[in-house]
Design a protein around this ligand. Structure first.
Ligand code: CFM
Length: 538
């Protein structure tokens, strides 16, 4: 079906005003040479629509701060929100030399368990007591406090309480996040709130030197299903020292020493690109965009890092590692290709995976016919060049932008302007991200903040061979007879990053698209219309 027709069908059921709004978030890609059409993104979901998005608290507490093992994450709020105080996302951690019972608090749920009386009389005392209790029990080096919606509504000053407790302890960094769920239009606002505070309260706190020859930090990698482990394995093999990952498999110390890196590599642009900018201004660390999803993308990213350091030994080592790893990858692709080639995929994931995973599908000979993000901004679709043209609306203005200056002591440009320019000429692009749209073919459908109705309509009209999204979408898609792969949690699989990850992914997708079981999936009323009648009449 022609993309214009599909778009019209997606909008057909909406009242005119809703259709007008949604129409701007559904783009028929034109893959123009000098840019792609404009898409509306990072705006409020229309009330009544069942969005795939999460809230600001989820982005702050869950996504950014969740994967750090030795910070106590204390949720100030009712126990319902506090379900998410413990490890609910598949971000893995290596417990380190202390072992699993050492400083790993990820599986604990720390909550103030607010009750009605706290909402009425204020919850600050309860919060101070909870911070004290966590300190007495665990003596952590850091405690992070998270606001849930009611905390913002009643006006508890969580920052003042945290400051007071930090002064009282003297050996524990306590800080808070005003990340009430309603604060922004999606979890993207929560990322920003989290990253601002990490930058303000932790990064650059520890000047004890970190050893290593080619020191980088990896920004926007969350170690879902062990992705970060695989990336670290490859980096180590190449002799590259990753001193801090924001924030998969991370520790407090990694953040505190991250200013010592000589290059920042940004993996998930959406969740952290502004931190890379802030670190460049404050400490002089340049940044590049990398992607370790896809074997070819992994090789390309490694070569970019090696090119930056301009060291013949590193460049040779990287080539050696790629040559060593690729044969197994190619063999796995060869085994999968006869079953996957020519098949069609759809992908609707948060803010970067709907782009990154197209690399892996390309390697399987599969085309992505429709994709989109839940909460990305226009630059994630159209590339960073559109940043100056993005309108700052009231919702975005609500999220703090930190003013950063060069650090009087720690600022040190890693390369001269001429050296950076020379590298740019050789193809190492700094501070750049091209976005999802230029990488997709003309005529594909790019949809922002997809919802349940549109997902089902898309699947019915375009009949993909596989649909990738999250747990909220999983079962409704499977009921349509289409295999569904979770690209947030990876179901129970992974890692999918790096070379070993590519092999895992090829095998998993081969298994899913080859299985006949999905075509037998029919709800009872689809097979027996009478049954459907019976439901209606009751
Ligand atoms: Fe970045 Fe993420 Fe993503 Fe994201 Fe996420 Fe995630 Fe995601 Mo789920 S940080 S934007 S808020 S890559 S939790 S690890 S999978 S929606 S596409």
């Amino acid at each position: 079906m022609a993309p214009e027709k599909v778009k019209a069908e997606l909008l057909a059921q909406y009242p005119p005003k809703v259709a007008r709004k949604r129409s701007k978030q559904i783009m028929i890609n034109e893959a123009l040479e000098n840019g792609t059409p404009e898409i509306t993104a990072n705006v409020r979901t229309i009330p009544g629509i069942i969005t795939m998005r999460g809230c600001t608290y989820a982005g702050c507490k869950g996504v950014i701060m969740g994967p750090t093992r030795d910070i106590v994450n204390l949720v100030h709020g009712p126990i319902g929100c506090s379900f998410y105080a413990w490890l609910t996302r598949r971000n893995q951690t290596d417990p380190g030399p202390e072992g699993p019972d050492g400083e790993n608090f990820m599986m604990y749920a720390f909550s103030t368990d607010m009750q009605d009386q706290d909402i009425i009389f204020g919850g600050e005392k309860k919060l101070a007591a909870a911070i004290q209790e966590a300190y007495d029990l665990f003596h952590p080096k850091s405690i992070a406090v998270f606001a849930t919606c009611p905390v913002g509504l009643i006006g508890d000053d969580i920052h003042a309480v945290s400051r007071k407790m930090k002064e009282k302890f003297g050996d524990c960094n306590v800080y808070a996040f005003s990340c009430e769920g309603y604060k922004g239009v999606s979890q993207s606002a929560g990322h920003h709130i989290a990253n601002n505070q990490v930058f303000r309260h932790i990064v650059g706190e520890d000047d004890r030197p970190v050893e290593g020859k080619y020191k980088i930090s990896l920004l926007g990698e969350y170690n879902i299903g062990g992705d970060g482990f695989e990336i670290d394995r490859i980096l180590k093999k190449c002799g590259i020292t990753n001193i801090a990952t924001f924030s998969g498999n991370s520790t407090y110390k990694q953040f505190a020493t991250a200013h010592q890196a000589d290059l920042n590599c940004v993996m998930c642009h959406r969740s952290i690109n502004y931190v890379a900018d802030m670190m460049e201004t404050k400490f002089g660390i340049p940044w590049i965009k990398v992607n370790f999803i896809g074997a070819k993308a992994t090789a390309k990213s490694l070569r970019k890092i090696a090119a930056y350091f301009e060291d013949a030994a590193l460049i040779a080592k990287v080539e050696e590692v790629i040559a060593e790893e690729m044969p197994a990858v190619e063999e796995a692709a060869k085994a999968a290709l006869p079953h996957t080639e020519g098949k069609k995929a759809m992908m609707f994931v948060g803010g970067s995976r709907a782009h990154h995973y197209q690399e892996l599908f390309n390697e399987l000979g599969m085309k992505t016919i429709s994709a989109g993000y839940e909460f990305a901004h226009r630059d994630d679709y159209e590339g960073r060049r559109v940043l100056p043209t993005i309108e700052v609306d009231a919702d975005s203005r609500n999220i703090e932008e930190i003013e950063v200056e060069a650090d009087a002591v720690r600022f040190k440009p890693r390369k001269t302007a001429e050296a950076m320019q020379a590298l740019e000429q050789k193809g190492v692009k700094f501070k750049d991200y091209e976005g999802l749209a230029p990488d997709m073919e003309a005529g594909t459908l790019i949809i922002d903040d997809l919802n349940q109705h549109e997902a089902e309509t898309l699947v019915k009209l375009m009949k993909p061979d596989i649909f990738c999204a999250g747990i909220k979408e999983k079962f409704s898609i499977q009921k349509l007879g289409v295999p569904m792969k979770q690209l947030h949690s990876y179901d129970s699989g992974g890692p999918y990053a790096g070379f070993q990850g590519a092999i895992n992914f090829y095998q998993e997708i081969d298994r899913l698209v080859s299985s006949k079981v999905w075509s037998y999936m029919k709800a009872p009323w689809q097979e027996n219309p009478q049954l459907s009648g019976a439901y209606v009449s009751q």
